[in-house]
Design a protein around this ligand. Structure first.
Ligand code: NAD
Length: 475
């Protein structure tokens, strides 16, 4: 099959590379010329485990191409994926400017091609050799209910007929950054929202190789497909947030959230996943999708109260380590001037370089604002962090610098904060870390674990003054 993917970010690039790996002919389009040039030159623009092998193979075997020219990608395509950003607008609703803008471009190009073909048949200017025909336009972006109808209208505005010249399908993406390639190659389910049998058949044919183990391709109406994506993300964000609130209460009553997690996770109705307490969720999806669903509810006269609570609790949770750090290190004015704080982890979660809405960034802003010098380390997310703070500079008298290794970052610091649970932070040489850090107020160096990667008992034995989320300290 010939596929065009418009938008070559996390979702578009992974989708394009994986479709090519299944033998399809894929052209990825992006307006960012630098990105396209880099991909053409064989340099990946995101970090995602396992992506490089398929990317290299797709390019080598000429199944994977990159362009800034939408018309070039559109011409041969049977299926056109829109993997465009849908950032939150000022009121929290999804900003559809990119999706609808490209839908308009697609409509214009399809209409021009049709006119060209008609002209060529009459006058023979050669355009008839271009294989423009029926196309399925797929919303892969996360978009509110009603968007596929708006995409259809934007294309029809150019004189094209849905069902005849094209169909629009909602095909939300469920991949997780950090495991995106695995998730895309072996999805737990594929959701296809369309009333068109022709489009459903094409989509089923495209996705069948990905669900050979028997996972379902669920064909449903567009509105339900669009809602499914938001409901899934909102449910997951709620599950995390619920557990964070349980942890906050555990802290106050002397219970251990890890034991509670195991206690409830063994109930098959609850399940063991997504029950880990920490300093909150971030990323490009949960915060914006919860906001957007809350907004959709409001626009439809429904106050989806639990979602506002999730957003509020999560904002506080990102700062959960600030009070204990201040208790240990602040001067009488409540400031951290002259203190050095090491932050391990910048990405919003492990195995990605994505720092959008990362809790680590919130902590860094707080510490620098209070006068601390922060030294950060992350295996993948230093460059994306640099770029973020260049765009939105830090405020305050403190500073931020980066270290080459986790150990270098800890050298001479007054406290170590773990903000992302990268595997390499789980089993460091603790004696070396302890020697690197300065002694805390009670003699033992301070370690604040925002992701509960260490065991409190082991950390006490290793000589740290250790605090985590929802677990009693062991002295
Ligand atoms: P992204 O910002 O990484 O990528 C979007 C790309 O679109 C960028 O490369 C940008 O240059 C390009 N673009 C913008 N306007 C364009 C235009 N007119 N023509 C061509 N390209 C254009 O975004 P993402 O993380 O890949 O997310 C895309 C969508 O998928 C969003 O709706 C998101 O909510 C959804 N989604 C994301 C994830 C995830 O984990 N990142 C998972 C599931 C769904």
């Amino acid at each position: 099959m010939h596929i065009a993917v418009v938008g070559t970010g996390y979702v578009g690039l992974v989708s394009g590379v994986c479709f090519a790996e299944m033998g399809n002919q894929v052209t990825c389009v992006d307006i960012d010329a630098r990105k396209v040039e880099s991909l053409r030159d064989g340099r990946l623009t995101i970090y995602e485990p396992g992506l490089e092998v398929y990317f290299d193979r797709g390019r080598r075997e000429n199944r994977l191409r990159f362009t800034t020219d939408l018309a070039e990608a559109l011409a041969p395509a049977d299926v056109v994926f829109l993997a465009l950003p849908t950032p939150p607008g000022e009121d929290g609703s999804a900003d559809l400017r990119y999706v609808l803008g490209v839908a308009d471009d697609v409509g214009r190009l399809l209409a021009e091609a049709r006119r060209g073909l008609a002209g060529a048949e009459a006058g023979g200017d050669g355009a008839a050799s271009r294989p423009w025909g029926y196309k399925v336009i797929v919303d892969k972006s996360t978009v509110p209910v009603g968007t596929s109808a708006r995409v259809t209208a934007a294309i029809e505005a150019h004189g094209l007929e849905a069902g005849e010249d094209f169909d629009v399908v909602s095909n939300p993406e469920f991949l997780r950054e950090g495991a995106a390639v695995d998730d895309f190659m072996k999805p737990e389910r594929v959701v296809v929202g369309t009333d068109s049998e022709r489009a459903a058949e094409l989509m089923t044919r495209l996705y069948e190789p990905f669900v050979r183990s028997g996972n379902p391709i669920l064909v449903m109406d567009e509105a339900s497909a669009e809602m499914t994506k938001y409901a899934a993300n909102a449910m997951l964000a709620t599950k995390i947030t619920f557990m964070n609130e349980v942890a906050n209460l555990c802290d106050r009553v002397g219970a251990d959230v890890d034991k509670v997690r195991r206690g409830i996770g063994t109930d098959s109705r609850i399940g063991p996943k997504f029950l880990y307490a920490g300093i909150g969720f971030g990323g490009s999806c949960f915060p914006k999708d919860v906001q957007a669903l809350h907004r959709t509810a409001g626009q439809n006269g429904y106050d989806f109260r639990i979602l506002q609570a999730v957003l509020d609790v999560n904002e506080d949770q990102k700062r959960a380590l600030v009070p204990p750090v201040l208790d240990a290190l602040a001067d009488d004015a409540g400031r951290l001037d002259g203190k050095t704080i090491t932050v391990w982890g910048l990405a919003f979660k492990p195995h990605t370089d994505d720092v959008r809405e990362a809790p680590a960034h919130v902590l860094i802003r707080e510490f620098v604002g209070l006068g601390a010098d922060v030294v950060a380390f992350d295996p993948e997310a230093v460059e994306t962090t640099r770029a973020t703070f260049e765009r939105e500079p830090l405020e305050g008298s403190g500073s931020l610098s980066y270290a080459e290794t986790a150990y270098d970052a800890a050298a001479g610091a007054d406290a170590l904060v773990v903000a992302t649970e990268w595997p390499e932070f789980r089993r460091p040489d603790l004696a070396r870390v302890r020697r690197s850090l300065k002694p805390g107020p009670n003699g033992a160096p301070l370690l604040f674990d925002g992701r509960n990667v260490f065991e409190p008992g082991e950390m006490a034995e290793a000589g740290f003054a250790y605090r985590s989320i929802g677990r009693p300290a062991v002295e």
